[in-house]
Structures are given as C-alpha cells and as structure tokens.
Design a protein around this ligand. Structure first.
Ligand code: GDP
Ligand code: MG
Length: 331
C-alpha cells in the first residue's frame, strides 16, 4: 500500500495518534493550514483544468516554499496525472494534487538515511554549524537531555566563543541537563576548547560530545576557516569523528535557509540538516526543496519549544502532519 492510501486509511479509521504523530501533527499545524489556505484559494476561482489553472498551481507551490524547480517539476507531473485520472471536478482535481504531493514526498524520502550515526567504539562527536539564531545551542541542549535520558554519558563543548552570552547560554543548558560543559573565556580559541573537550571525552569515556560553534565571525572566510580548524582538531584525536556535521536551519526563513545551506555545503561537508522552528513557520514545504536541491538528509526537526519537541526526522510522519485533514477520508 502506498503512503497516500495508508494515510487515507489512518485518517478515515479514526485511529489513535501515536505520541510521535501528535508531535508532528501539532508542530506542522501552521504549515498545514497555510498550505490548506493556499489550496482553497487556488480552487476558489476554479472553473476547469486549463493552462491558467496549472499556472496558478505552480505559483501556489512556489508560494508554499517547495522551491522553484520543484514547483515546476511538480506542476508538470500533476498535469499528466490529472489527465491520466481524467479528473474534472474540484474535489477530484484537489485529491489528485494532494495524492501526487504525498507520493512525491514519499518517493523523495525513499532510501534517504535520516538516522544519526554513532561511533561503534569510543566517543561520538556531533558538530553543529549554522548562522546565528538558527537554533544550534537550543538543539544541543534538547538533544543532550534526550541522550542523557537514553542513558548516554554526554559532554558539551562551547565552541561559540565569539558572541557575548553564547558560552553562558550553553552552560545554562548544561546545568539544566546536568551535563558537563567544556568552555573558555569569551574571545578564546574555539579550536582549543574543542581539543580539550575531545581529550576529556576520550579520557573520561563519554559516549557523545556535542560541539557548539559560532554562527558568524569577522567575515565568512574566517568562519569557514575556523570550522575547518575545529574539524581537523577532532579528526586528529578521533579519526572517525565527527560522525555528524549538522547544519542547523531556521525553517521560518524559508528560501533564505536554502541559500545558507548551499553556501555552507560548499565549504564544510554537511552530513545532515536540523530544521528548527517548524512549529512557528508555515514553510514546511522547505523540506522538499532541501532534498531536491541539496541531497542532504534532514535528520532532526524542531517541532516546538519543549525538550522532547526535538524529534528525529521521520519522513512519513512529516507527511502525515503536513497533509492531515487535506486528504479526503475513506467512507
Ligand atoms: P543559535 O544562535 O544558532 O545557537 O540559536 P539559539 O539556539 O540561541 O536559538 C535562537 C532562538 O530560537 C531561541 O530563542 C530558541 O528558543 C529558538 N528556537 C530554537 N529551536 C526552536 C524550535 O524548534 N521551535 C521554536 N519555537 N523555537 C526554537
Ligand atoms: Mg548559540
């Protein structure tokens, strides 16, 4: 059974939502209603499926932040699909569109490795990068808590020494989570902090080291050099680390997040994306744009402010949250 059919069944059968589904449901409410409104607006003037309609559809998809190329490709596929299914009425056409979107989300996610990778032996290192305000420190704080709950021994490294308050912010998370933090004075050398943290992680048998970094230095070249240096320090001590270099992106910034991702990916090899603030954004469609243009998997999503609102990305649950209520229920 395809994703669309299984969702249709799930919505129609009145099945109890799992706790995870509830999180996706709540966290994607804004994206869902914004998409639903766009879909309604599209059909408000619906007369027939002609070229004007497909132009409007393409515009609607671009507005939903799936990205320009994706919108174009989607519209082409939808044009064929509507013909193939001989859909004519508003309801028929709208269901074909939703079904196609669900299928495209499903297909794009097939074979994608959304899991976080851990070292087989010795400490695992995750390096967090991204512009200021994206949610790096918060994500580290939430993840540290979850890993700790899972029985892992966690260490944090305050690699953002550039911004006043950044070290303190991580230390506050450390206190809340009861997780130690390796830090230096503001303005100190981030690579030295990371060196100390890696050494401590090895010597004291920590399971996971989460490394915070600056989102901005004097200029972009400096930042990329700094990240490179941090990476080299880690590799020298732990040849298989970092197991993940996670780029943190703020979903509310839409297409801007996408250009940041492209820029980072050119200089620092990214292994995964953390998409934060989905709860505060109507731009969930950005997941498609990230996949289609970057080919870097989304690995974590921020679905709210609470500790457990940071979730490992599950593509099917994401689609569930995004299209719930838009799929006509089975009678
Ligand atoms: P950094 O500069 O990348 O370290 O960003 P911060 O971790 O300091 O986060 C910036 C702001 O975004 C803070 O106010 C966080 O509470 C907020 N934030 C981060 N992730 C999420 C999320 O998933 N949902 C919501 N609603 N807010 C978030
Ligand atoms: Mg920070």
């Amino acid at each position: 059974m395809g994703l669309f059919d299984s969702l249709k069944k799930a919505f129609g059968g009145g099945q109890q939502e799992t706790a995870e589904e509830e999180k996706y449901d709540a966290g994607l409410e804004k994206s869902r209603s914004s998409f639903g409104e766009k879909l309604n607006a599209l059909f408000a003037n619906f007369r027939s499926v002609d070229e004007d309609f497909f132009d409007d559809l393409e515009e609607m998809l671009i507005g939903a932040d799936v990205g320009f190329e994706t919108a174009e490709q989607l519209t082409d596929e939808l044009r064929d699909e509507v013909k193939l299914k001989n859909a004519k009425s508003k309801d028929e056409v709208s269901q074909v569109i939703v079904q196609k979107l669900v299928d495209i989300y499903g297909e794009a996610g097939e074979g994608e490795d959304n899991s976080l990778h851990y070292a087989e032996a010795g400490p695992t290192v995750f390096l967090f990068v991204g512009v200021n305000g994206a949610g790096k420190t918060t994500t580290i704080g939430k993840l540290a808590h979850q890993l700790q709950q899972d029985g892992k021994k966690v260490l944090l490294a305050a690699g953002d020494t550039f911004r006043a308050g950044a070290i303190q912010q991580l230390q506050e998370w450390g206190k809340r989570d009861e997780v130690p933090v390796v830090a230096t004075e503001p303005g100190g050398d981030p690579a030295a902090v990371v060196f100390d943290a890696v050494k401590r992680a090895k010597d004291d048998n920590f399971d996971v080291l989460l490394v915070d970094t600056a989102g901005r230095l004097q200029n972009k070249v400096n930042l990329m050099k700094e990240l490179d240096k941090i990476k080299r320090v880690i590799v020298r001590e732990l040849p298989d680390a970092p197991q993940e270099v996670l780029l943190v992106l703020d979903a509310t910034t839409g297409q801007n997040a996408l250009s940041q991702a492209k820029e980072f990916n050119q200089t620092t090899k990214i292994s995964g994306i953390v998409l934060t603030k989905l709860d505060g954004s109507g731009k969930g469609g950005i997941v498609l744009a990230i996949r289609n243009s970057l080919h870097v998997p989304v690995k974590l999503v921020g679905l709210g402010e609470k500790m457990d609102d940071l979730q490992v990305f599950d593509p099917n649950k994401f689609v569930y949250g995004l299209f719930k209520g838009l799929i006509k229920e089975e009678n």
